[in-house]
Design a binder for this molecule. Structure first.
Ligand code: SF4
Length: 311
C-alpha cells in the first residue's frame, strides 16, 4: 500500500480514536447516535423568541456604519488602542444588533451572512491589535497581568471559540486555554473533527481577572474593541460562545435570561452557539452531554462530522 494512503488511514484512525475517547468520557458506555433529522427536530422544538427579539427585516437591522449612533467620547477605549477608527468602538446598547434565533441549524446556515469586511478594514491588523493589548491599561485588569493573552489558532478558519478570560496558566504562558480547561477544550475540538490549531480561540478580556473571577461588565466593555477586531478579521462561519460571559459580550443574551445555551443566535451576521465553559465542565462533568449536543449542532451547520449521520 502506498505510504501516503497509509498515512491518511492512520490520521483517520487517530481522529476516530479521539472521538471515541471523548464519547467514553461523556457517558462511559458510548454516546447515543444523534442524526441530523433528529437534531433539526430538536431545534424546531425550540420555543420561538419573544416578539422583540425576533430577527428584524433586513431594512430595519442596524447598519454597521451610517445608521449607528456614534458613541463619541463616552466609551472607554484601551489607551494603547487609541485612536481606534469609529467602527471599531463599542456600540451603545441600543445600536447593537439584536440576537437572532433561527429555528434550526439549517435555518442558521440559510440566514444571509453579513457582508464581509469593510468591517475588518476599520480595525488595525491583528498583530497591531495584539501589540496594543499587550500595552493596554484601559481597565484595572492590567495591574495583575503577567502577560496579556490575545489568541491562538488559525485566522483563516470556519470556527471561532470565545471564552471568558485568561486563567493562571494562560497568564503565565500568554496563550488562551492551555490549562486543564484548555485540554478539555482541545478534546472537544478534536471530537468535532478539527485539529487543535484549525480553529481560532480567544477571550472576552485579554488580562487575567484576579482569582479567576468572571470579568466585570465594565472590563468586558473596555476590552471589546479587541474582540470586535479579532472577529472582524477572522470572520468565521460560526462562533461557539463558551459560558455566559462570552454569550453576553457577543450580545447573544440579556442579563438574567434563563435559557441561553444550545440556542442559535447571531453576532454581526455570524451564527453563534452558546454553550458551557470547559472550566464549568471540569467541576460539573454531568453537563458534558449538553455541550456535545450543542457542538453537534455546530458541526451540522458547518456540514461536518458525525452530526451529519449520527454514529
Ligand atoms: S483586559 Fe483588555 S481592556 Fe483591560 S487592560 Fe487588559 S487588554 Fe486592556
Amino acid at each position: 500500500m502506498p505510504e501516503e494512503i497509509k498515512r491518511e488511514l492512520l490520521a483517520i484512525a487517530d481522529a476516530l480514536d479521539e472521538v471515541l475517547r471523548w464519547e467514553q468520557e461523556l457517558a462511559g458506555e458510548g454516546f447515543p447516535a444523534v442524526s441530523v433529522p433528529e437534531l433539526r427536530r430538536k431545534s424546531a422544538e425550540t420555543p420561538a423568541p419573544p416578539e422583540a427579539a425576533r430577527p428584524q427585516p433586513e431594512a430595519a437591522r442596524p447598519r454597521p456604519e451610517a445608521a449607528r449612533p456614534r458613541p463619541e467620547a463616552a466609551r472607554p477605549l484601551p489607551e494603547a488602542a487609541r485612536p481606534l477608527p469609529e467602527a471599531a468602538r463599542p456600540l451603545p446598547e441600543a445600536a447593537r444588533p439584536r440576537p437572532e434565533v433561527p429555528a434550526s441549524p439549517e435555518a442558521a446556515r440559510d440566514l444571509p451572512d453579513a457582508p464581509r469586511p469593510p468591517l475588518a478594514a476599520a480595525f488595525p491588523p491583528l498583530n497591531v491589535l495584539q501589540d496594543q493589548a499587550a500595552a493596554c491599561t484601559a481597565c484595572g485588569l492590567h495591574v495583575g497581568r503577567t502577560t496579556s493573552v490575545f489568541a491562538r489558532g488559525k485566522v483563516q478558519t470556519d470556527l471561532v471559540f470565545v471564552g471568558e478570560g485568561p486563567g493562571y496558566h494562560e497568564d503565565q504562558e500568554g496563550q488562551p486555554f492551555v490549562g486543564p480547561a484548555g485540554q478539555l477544550l482541545d478534546k472537544m475540538i478534536a471530537a468535532m473533527g478539527y485539529g487543535r490549531d484549525d480553529v481560532y480561540i480567544c477571550n472576552v478580556v485579554k488580562c487575567r481577572p484576579p482569582e479567576n473571577r468572571t470579568p466585570l461588565p465594565a472590563e468586558a466593555e473596555a476590552c471589546s474593541p479587541f474582540l470586535r477586531g479579532q472577529l472582524a478579521h477572522v470572520r468565521p462561519r460560526a462562533i461557539v460562545a463558551l459560558g455566559k460571559c462570552a454569550t453576553e459580550s457577543l450580545g447573544c443574551m440579556t442579563p438574567g435570561q434563563k435559557r441561553w445555551r444550545g440556542v442559535w443566535s447571531k453576532y454581526e451576521g455570524v451564527p453563534v452557539m452558546p454553550t458551557y465553559h470547559p472550566a464549568f465542565l471540569l467541576r460539573s462533568p454531568q453537563f458534558k452531554r449538553d455541550v456535545w449536543e450543542d457542538l453537534q449542532l455546530v458541526m451540522g451547520m458547518l456540514g461536518k462530522g458525525p452530526a451529519e449521520g449520527g454514529r
